[in-house]
Ligand binder design. Structure first.
Ligand code: HEC
Length: 101
């Protein structure tokens, strides 16, 4: 009984944090959609891979890579500026939201 109860609690917590993340991610993505498209399907400035269809963990790693300079193409400086001030939590929220597009 105790076990079932804790599973329920954990489940409720996960559901809550996922919905909080996606709301936050959606708001954060408003800044990004000018270049990446509302549904993430545009090639930003004609060079990026579309974000739509990419998995959350891949997106997160790419954004971290722009932050620390380990990922990117010719126009990576633009993305570095876009993610520079975002926390890991915000990047995760964005990645989680983009993966639902
Ligand atoms: C001013 C236009 C612009 C804005 C705004 C912008 N991006 Fe980008 N983004 C780009 C460009 C250009 C690239 C490709 C850069 C490169 O690596 O050469 C890119 C690449 C990316 C990639 C990697 C895609 C790939 O090619 O692998 C991700 C992920 C990404 N952007 C996420 C975001 C997120 C999240 C935001 C909002 C916080 C954002 N971008 C805002 C222009 C923009």
């Amino acid at each position: 009984m105790k076990k079932i109860f804790s599973i329920l609690i954990i489940g409720a917590f996960l559901a809550l944090s996922v919905s909080a993340f996606s709301a936050d991610g959606k708001t954060l993505f408003k800044r990004c959609s000018a270049c990446h498209g509302k549904d993430g399907s545009k090639k930003a400035l004609g060079v990026s891979a579309p974000l739509k269809g990419e998995k959350a963990d891949v997106l997160f790693k790419k954004m971290k890579g722009y932050q620390d300079g380990t990922y990117g193409g010719k126009k990576k400086a633009i993305m570095k500026r876009n993610v520079a001030k975002l926390s890991d939590e915000q990047l995760k929220a964005l990645a989680t939201y983009i993966a639902t597009l």
